[in-house]
Design a protein around this ligand. Sequence first.
Ligand SMILES: [Zn+2]
Length: 375
Amino acid sequence: MNAAPNRPIIIDDTTLRDGEQTAGVAFTLAEKKEIARRLDAIGVGELECGIPAMGREEQASIRALVEMGLSARLITWNRAVVSDIAASLATGVQAVDISLSVSDIHIEHKLGKSRDWVREQLKVALGFAKEHDLYVSVGGEDASRADLDFLVELLAIAEAEGADRFRFCDTLGILDPFATFDKVRYLADRTRLDLEVHTHNDLGMATANAIAGLRAGARFVNTTVNGLGERAGNAALEEVVMALKHACGIDPGIDTRGFVELSRYVGQASSRPVPDWKAVVGEKVFHHESGMHADGVLKNPLNYEGYNPAEVGLERSLILGKHSGRHGLRERLALLGIDAADHNLDSLLSRVRLFSERQKRPLSDADLRHLCRAA
Ligand SMILES: [Zn+2]
């Protein structure tokens, strides 16, 4: 039984593999190296960095990442076939994810094979990897739809053949956190192998499911920067880390102060800009406008902020707009060196609100100065 709450959680970030697998996303080698360097620098323990079986160019880029000599362990993605693993070996990595479909729907309708074939293929691929002293995560593709007792059987084979961990994949993002918890706990209660969770965001629950899997006993978690990834994406690195810290009281040992910079870099490299309201790293998630909230934040930021914005590299901002109140307006005037006593605050506030409503945007400093002069 592997539930060992005191062992550290390891983040296996797959921005360079599942992230790049996002339809239409392609990183240059320079971008891959820069993303890897940044992830390594903030303390991410493991980077899934590509699929060597894709060909020479991908292999060369993985080799270049290996040659960077990062502290993070590099791991590649492989189908459960010997030629894929041989291609990984040629890149110099020392860890592989060996992925095989484990749900009956995939076994029958994708592979056209049987459970027996899956059992056999696992032994063959794992045997080959272990002969070459690779660290192995056995990846259960579509595990969320698989028969749990078949998974337990595969876990026993994986353990007997020397695997280092098992990746539970909610490949289609169809679980909720309660089902994720139950399934991962079921497996954790029946294996000594470390478990890893790989969750997708099709129902908007990737982060919640990742956290549920960790709380159920998984020790490894897959993330991507900005939640990049197939379809609706994966669990976002920045969300998982901040949720662990602030919702679960677990410090995964990541320097979060560079999250915003990292997020903007990956947003640009992937041509997927980050929405302003994106949890944790969105430009505007620490903007306060409504009178009551701005007033609360001015009295003490902890009134309306779950954590300090500087913790992720953001800044707090008090916005003047349709929902602003007197306290926020007074504060903003003071910042501009305008004496509130020179103005009828109530009438200025109505003009601020009207301006914002008509323009459909908050007021800039220049807008406020202009309104004050006009008064
Ligand atoms: Zn995936």
